[in-house]
Design a protein around this ligand. Structure first.
Ligand SMILES: CC(C)(COP(=O)(O)OP(=O)(O)OC[C@H]1O[C@@H](n2cnc3c(N)ncnc32)[C@H](O)[C@@H]1OP(=O)(O)O)[C@@H](O)C(=O)NCCC(=O)NCCS
Length: 183
């Protein structure tokens, strides 16, 4: 079981089957999917989303649906900590929000809360981000969260048509420096 998490304005609830339709709906929005995949990509269907949603919860990894505390029934998007390739210790941060929620700092606030969970509760040593080189919002978000550019891997592709993904990395040490414990 993944824990519920909370930030100043947001509730992060472990993904449930009840969230799948909202996620699949987001996956049919061309604006959301512009730098991720074709909207008719079978990997984005409700069945495919459901099939991969809960695969790693025993390791404490998975997805959290994000809601505003002020309006806790409206799905805003999700953040996730998911395996990054095959090495067991490698984890990446994932985020996707509905267009209606963009530009209010929700993605940054939710991702920052999940990073704290990843580095403190899960004791991860580093977290990666994989994104499209033209995804300006995602690139900016990675930078604002403290991530640094990491070497590109020509085997890691993203988008439609596919291009080599831009990679970022944040170590626990760097994160601790940016987020010192409250005095
Ligand atoms: C990436 C995404 C989650 C960002 O959501 P958001 O609501 O705009 O994020 P925030 O409001 O928290 O803003 C984060 C930062 O990105 C900046 N930003 C947002 N949109 C931007 C854009 N189009 N161009 C440049 N910067 C942008 C914000 O100004 C903010 O930076 P700041 O703190 O310096 O002002 C959202 O655009 C999204 O869901 N995109 C589709 C899914 C996606 O591409 N996910 C990433 C896949 S790897």
């Amino acid at each position: 079981m993944l824990p519920e998490l909370e930030s100043e304005r947001l509730l992060l609830r472990p993904r449930s089957l009840g969230d799948i339709d909202a996620i699949a709906g987001m996956n049919t929005d061309p604006a959301v999917m512009k730098h991720i995949a074709a909207i008719d990509d079978p990997a984005m269907s409700p069945e495919a989303v459901a099939a991969r949603s809960f695969s790693h919860v025993e390791r404490g990894l998975g997805y959290w649906s994000v809601f505003a505390k002020a309006k806790p029934v409206e799905f805003l998007g999700y953040v996730g900590l998911i395996p990054d390739g095959d090495a067991a210790e490698d984890v990446q941060l994932s985020y996707r929000f509905t267009v209606a929620s963009w530009g209010q700092g929700y993605a940054r606030e939710a991702a920052a809360r999940l990073l704290r969970h990843g580095f403190e509760a899960l004791a991860l040593s580093a977290i990666a981000i994989t994104t499209h080189p033209l995804n300006l919002a995602s690139l900016r978000l990675a930078e604002r969260l403290g991530f640094s550019p990491a070497p590109m891997d020509p085997t890691i592709l993203i988008g439609y048509p596919a291009v080599i993904a831009t990679r970022f990395r944040l170590t626990r040490e760097t994160w601790r420096g940016l987020n010192p414990p409250a005095a």
